[in-house]
Design a protein. Structure first.
Length: 166
């Protein structure tokens, strides 16, 4: 079984379902069916995460992946101000890209939209994503130019790249 999180994916060993899970969250879904007899039936699924998966989810939430937290990390890095400003811009572009990609998925799943509405929204979102990707690539290119011009030690370069990719 593979669980995808915003921090990546983790492969977990699936264990057989128990009839009475210990610490499980109950998820109730209503199946979509054409059979009138089953239309109102609910299906219950119990999700029992391993301690590893719970830890990953918890640390992901606590990691401070907000833009403000990233900006604070950048400011505390001790890197030159020009590099810090570019890193902040890169973090902002990455955050906006995540938001637009989520909006794109939401539009694709929105059953209330007609085909023309959906296509118009998808086109607008794809255009915004392309624009943000271009801006991100330009900022990364500027960052590379500045790094080439500055005499930064290997530790500073590694920290800078880590901040740029987070």
């Amino acid at each position: 079984m593979t669980i995808s999180l915003s921090t990546g994916s983790v492969s977990l060993d699936a264990s057989p379902l128990r009839s009475e899970p210990l610490n499980a969250e109950k998820v109730t879904t209503t199946p979509v069916t054409s059979d009138a007899d089953l239309a109102g039936a609910n299906t219950s699924v119990y999700l029992d995460l391993s301690p590893l998966a719970k830890g990953i989810a918890s640390s992901s939430e606590k990691a401070g992946n907000t833009l403000e937290a990233k900006n604070t990390k950048i400011e505390e890095s001790g890197l030159p101000p020009e590099v810090q400003e570019l890193l902040k811009r890169i973090a902002e572009y990455r955050e906006k890209l995540k938001e637009k990609q989520q909006e794109l998925q939401d539009v694709m799943q929105d059953q209330s939209l007609g085909d023309e509405q959906r296509q118009a929204k998808l086109n607008a979102l794809q255009e915004a994503i392309n624009s943000l990707n271009s801006a991100l690539q330009e900022a990364m290119s500027q960052l590379n130019k500045i790094v080439d011009q500055m005499d930064l030690d290997d530790g500073a370069v590694i920290e800078m790249m880590s901040l740029a990719m987070s």
